[in-house]
Design a protein around this ligand. Structure first.
Ligand code: ADP
Length: 490
């Protein structure tokens, strides 16, 4: 019957010799005890709880037999012949027969190796959490804070006692409360929220920029029971970014004025110089000044975007006309390439800023030329579908690796390994995306390395039933054109 028991049990006689044991005890010891030889237990070697070798006379079973009293809750480490060690709790109790005669002791052993390992692991994790420089906070799915480490105390100003049990909204600024719904929504769906940049509020009312990562907390049955959040203070980084953007804005402003003067002087020189070789140099100098002016304008745009100050005045205009004109312009300056346009003649009206849309097309077309490799053909097409206009700029050039297709739209990003020798700062597509997004549109790229790329621009078109405010703008636009035409006639 004892063999059915999952817990190791054995009996020693009054001398301490092992007289009987069950299967679980055998498994624990990893060997058979020797009759008349194994004393106080069947283990190969025994150590105390601190790992020091234990002489058999000092083990709990020896004490129980000597004093004839139960010795509960002692801990020993036993080593098996294969070298593996198990930590066990020992509970020897003296045994008396019916006549009250002392006959020995029975010991039940509880293997606590895993429990202790888990406790040690927990303690180690707790130390890591406690000494982390990042705030680590956990909460239930209802947003109630369940843990709050020391870095969280330092960052948010609330002590652990103050924070636990309160709702996480205590550190969320009122205008950002909706973020919590989004985060919990992702967590409930079993997803992680990675490097989410936001702002939280301290006990003293100070707003701090943070980068947070939130992961679901899953119980042993696999149920999502809460969320754990790691928050990193990014105030220094934000400050550095702001300084960089201020520097960018300042220098581009400062460069603009002398550049305009140089351009003006070169224009005058061009007019008054008649000697052919000098004119050639003036022409080249003017081209370079124009490039520099464009670069400065782009840098200025980046700093405007960063400061959230890229404002566009909008009107209703024909995007086909802008597309045709831009293509003609680029074709005129890039005579080495052939740009074919497939666009319908009928106007396609969109509501936006024609100069900015032109800027996007110029960027896409000059990129198509710049990265065309050995090919010299570029195709531009326009399609009208589901109240949207789709413009495609297709080249047969060097192409873009698939994992870079989204990154090329980020600030200062260039696919370095392919275009180190090409001029550029890697901001054209970044600005283009911002412009298109400000038109409720979309811009993306498809590509095959070595075969070419397709850049798409998708924009909403103005439909027949123009909203009231657009109708008014439309009328104003029309009036403006008529006025200009009348002015031209005079
Ligand atoms: P720039 O051309 O000044 O580097 P952009 O922002 O216009 O900056 O483009 C970012 C990067 O995307 C380029 O450096 C280039 O690596 C890649 N790229 C853009 N257009 C194309 C294209 N048509 N073919 C291949 N690569 C391109």
């Amino acid at each position: 019957m004892l063999d059915q028991l999952p817990i190791p049990v054995y009996k020693c006689d009054t001398q301490g010799f092992v007289v009987s044991y069950n299967k679980a005890a055998l498994e624990l010891w990893g060997m058979e005890p020797k009759p008349g030889e194994s004393k106080y237990g069947g283990a190969w070697k025994v150590f105390d709880a601190d790992g020091k070798a234990l002489t058999s006379d000092h083990c709990p079973m020896a004490r129980c037999l000597a004093e004839k009293i139960p010795v509960n809750g002692g801990q020993v480490i036993i080593q098996r012949p294969d070298g593996s060690k198990r930590r066990v709790q020992t509970n020897p109790v003296p045994v008396f027969d019916e006549a009250g005669e002392f006959t020995g002791a029975i010991n039940t052993l509880v293997d606590i190796t895993e429990t202790i390992q888990n406790e040690e692991k927990q303690a180690m994790l707790a130390t890591i959490v406690d000494t982390s420089d990042d705030a680590i906070v956990s909460k239930t799915l209802q947003g109630i804070i369940t843990s709050w480490n020391r870095a969280a105390e330092r960052l948010f100003g609330y002590s652990e006692e103050e924070a636990i049990g309160r709702h996480i909204s205590m550190i969320i600024p009122s205008e950002r409360l909706a973020e919590e719904d989004y985060i919990i929504g992702e967590i409930v769906a079993g997803k992680k929220v990675d490097h989410f940049e936001t702002v939280r509020i301290t006990k003293a009312g100070l707003k701090i920029p943070l980068s947070i990562c939130v992961s679901p907390v899953i119980d042993k049955n696999g149920f999502i029971i809460g969320a754990s959040k790691i928050a990193r203070d990014i105030s220094d980084r934000k400050k550095a970014e702001q300084q960089k953007s201020e520097f960018l804005s300042l220098t581009s402003h400062e460069l603009k004025t002398p550049l305009t003067s140089i351009a003006g002087y070169l224009q005058i020189l061009d007019k008054v110089t008649h000697e052919e070789s000098s004119r050639k140099f003036i022409h080249k100098a003017r081209q370079q000044v124009q490039r520099l002016t464009q670069l400065v304008a782009d840098l200025l745009d980046v700093s405007k975007i960063e400061a959230g100050k890229l404002h566009l005045s909008k009107e209703i205009f024909d995007i086909n006309k802008v597309l045709r004109e831009t293509t003609e312009l680029v074709q005129y300056t890039q005579q080495t390439h052939r740009i074919k346009v497939f666009a319908r003649d009928k106007p396609t009206l969109i509501y936006g800023n024609p100069e900015r849309i032109e800027q996007v097309f110029i960027n896409l077309l000059t990129n198509a030329v710049k990265y065309s490799g050995d090919s010299n053909e570029i195709i531009v097409s326009q399609e009208h579908r589901n109240n949207h206009v789709y413009i495609r700029v297709i080249d047969f050039g060097i192409g873009i690796p698939a994992n870079k297709l989204n990154e090329i739209f980020t600030r200062f990003y260039r696919v370095d390994e392919f275009n180190r020798h090409m001029p550029g700062l890697g901001i054209g597509l970044y600005i283009s995306r911002q412009i298109i997004e400000k038109h409720e549109g979309d811009i993306w790229a498809e590509s095959e390395l070595g075969k070419g790329s397709i850049f798409y621009v998708k924009l909403p078109v103005v439909t027949q039933d123009i909203p009231l405010e657009n109708t008014a703008i439309d009328i104003i636009n029309k009036e403006k054109t008529e006025l200009n035409e009348r002015h031209d006639l005079r």
